[in-house]
Design a binder for this molecule. Structure first.
Ligand code: SAM
Ligand code: SF4
Length: 466
């Protein structure tokens, strides 16, 4: 969950001279693309004079940026709106207006259904139209509004400059997906693949770096299908884009997510060897180890093609840490087919991973199938898969103990005098160091691995103590 902060630019709700600030609460569910969109919605509201609040009770505008990828994710929205309805009524009794906005992929998929089902909601806005939030909010005082168009104009041309900043930042370079995996709603909720130009992305990256960002993660539903216009107008690849960003002074690290195996082009694999800013970490979803299941999923690659691809990537960057997504219990998945997934995981070895029970999504081809795997079988398979993936993650983290690694310091730590950051392999590290080190890379010796975090000491400090 992310509560995106809109900047407090001193806007007013009351008449001029009134000191009552308008406040916005933005909550995001789901993937990094949603986190990015939530931050940009906070920017849009910030430009309208809304200050960010982390307290929903005091918010004049509440935005729920929703996820539709699995049934549970979508249902969460409706229970949250139920709670907000009560809050809205209480605030109304105190003479305070509250606008409730449902944004994101549930908004896109369910549109008017949301208004019918949840009378408290004032605005429903899809992922391509949120730059219009101020107009929609104004309009909502006359009637409840839905905007789930895929507009001709590019929302990125209409968004204010980025304000939400830290040491790390997401940057959307590509949206939508043309792959149509049989289980997935993304091609329907996010539409066809569209890439932003290199110039637009570089300008946004420069603004991020000027605001203190040192690590940028380029994001897209299918980020390695990126093909935005380059300087000469010809399409640039993701590797070409990362070359163009590599010359921004002050930018220390680049990452990208999420990729499809079939779009791992040769130059992208080579970039893992050649681009000094690109971190040795790759999230490359495979979903299943069974060729029959992969075909039924319309993934258009086999388990062996994935294995060969990983071998090439490891040849280019031997220390790369791998991550993946898995779905268990896709309709018709047999026990031997599930075991092929276990075998693939055992052979490849992942530093981290996300794994899910298959969840039928209305409108997708797989949802029509009548050979559903029983829930209890899905639960049992997921537990087995997660047991193996967890063991691999722990082993990977444990293997870091004793090593000296570069840690980009992102924020203050859990205890006074501590800071927290990430290794090149995206592992969280806590260490003692002053807050002045935030935004810099420190050489850190890893001394211990706790269940979810590594603990280290600065190499200079360790040498002084010796
Ligand atoms: N574009 C990425 C890819 O190619 O895999 C990821 C897209 S999706 C936001 C993230 C993950 O959610 C997928 O990789 C898949 O594992 C999971 N997912 C998508 N649809 C699902 C469904 N119907 N049931 C369970 N998991 C699903
Ligand atoms: Fe969904 Fe990813 Fe498949 Fe596209 S490639 S349909 S986003 S799982």
């Amino acid at each position: 969950m992310l509560q995106a902060r809109a900047s407090s630019s001193g806007g007013r709700r009351g008449p001029p001279g009134s000191d009552t600030l308008k406040k916005a609460f933005v909550k995001s569910y789901g993937c990094q693309m949603n986190a990015y969109d939530a931050a940009r919605m906070a920017d849009v509201l910030g430009a309208q004079g809304y200050a960010a609040t982390e307290s929903v009770e005091e918010a004049d505008v509440v935005v729920l940026n929703t996820c539709h990828i699995r049934e549970k994710a979508a249902e969460k929205v409706f229970s949250e709106v139920g709670r907000l309805r009560v809050l809205k009524a209480e605030r109304a009794q105190a003479g305070l207006d509250t606008r409730i906005v449902v944004a994101g992929c549930v908004a896109q998929a369910e549109g008017r259904e949301i208004l019918a089902r949840t009378p408290a909601v004032d605005v429903v806005v899809g992922p391509q139209s949120y730059h219009r939030l101020p107009e929609l909010l104004a309009e909502s005082h006359k009637r409840r509004v839905v905007d789930t168009e895929f507009p001709i104009e590019d929302k990125f041309d209409h968004l204010p400059a980025r304000r939400t900043q830290g040491v790390t930042g997401f940057l959307t370079v590509q949206e939508g997906c043309d792959k149509f995996c049989a289980f997935c709603v993304v091609p329907y909720t996010r539409g066809a693949e569209v890439s932003r130009s290199v110039a637009a992305i570089r300008a946004e990256a420069e603004a991020l770096v000027a605001g203190g960002v040192r690590e940028i993660t380029l994001i897209g539903q299918n980020v390695n299908a990126y093909h935005g216009a380059g300087g000469d107008g010809a399409p640039a690849s993701l590797a070409g884009l990362m070359d163009a960003l590599g010359t921004i002074p002050g930018l220390l690290r680049l990452r990208y997510t999420t990729s499809h195996p079939n779009d791992m082009a040769d130059d992208l694999i080579a970039a893992h060897a050649d681009n000094p800013l690109l971190m040795p970490y790759l999230h490359l979803p495979v979903q299943s180890g069974s060729d029959r299941v992969l075909q039924a999923m319309n993934r258009r690659h086999t388990g062996d093609a994935y294995r060969r691809l990983i071998a090439r990537i490891r040849e280019a960057r031997p220390d790369i840490a791998l991550s993946s997504d898995f779905i268990v219990g896709f309709p018709g998945e047999t026990e031997p087919e599930f075991e092929e997934t276990m075998r693939l995981v055992a052979e490849i070895g992942f530093a981290s991973a996300f794994s899910f029970k298959y969840s039928p999504r209305p409108g997708t081809p797989a949802a029509e199938r009548e050979d559903a795997v029983p829930e209890a079988v899905k639960t049992e398979r997921l537990a087995r898969l997660q047991g193996l993936l967890d063991a691999q993650r722990h082993a990977f983290n444990q293997s870091t103990v004793g090593q000296v690694v570069d840690v980009l310091i992102e924020k203050t730590g859990r205890h006074p005098g501590q800071v927290a950051g990430k290794t090149p392999h995206l592992q969280a590290v806590q260490l003692d160091a002053p807050a002045s080190t935030i935004g810099t890379i420190l050489a850190v010796r890893i001394v211990r691995y706790g269940s979810n975090s590594l603990f280290g000491e600065r190499v200079a400090d360790a040498a002084a103590a010796a």
